[in-house]
Design a protein around this ligand. Sequence first.
Ligand SMILES: [Ca+2]
Length: 92
Amino acid sequence: MDCYTKTEKALMLLAETFYEYAQKTSDGDNSQLDKEEMKLLLEKELVHFKGDATFEQFDHDKSGAVNFAEFMQEMARTGEKLQGNVRHALNQ
Ligand SMILES: [Ca+2]
């Protein structure tokens, strides 16, 4: 992965994390996160950023599973919340 920029690596890591957790349970669907997989991902990967995030918040279409697009929309929202802190840190 050394040829990729840090931004490209960040995007690839998000996708990698999503699919890693999408296959955690034996629900037969490795392309989406079920409720248990989403809970695990929040607890283990978004320890400091999860806030009061819920499965329902991620499952935009109320399908009972979180697909990659839904996951990335919430990651974008999380990034928006963090940007003030990041800009402050960069300016110090
Ligand atoms: Ca969904």
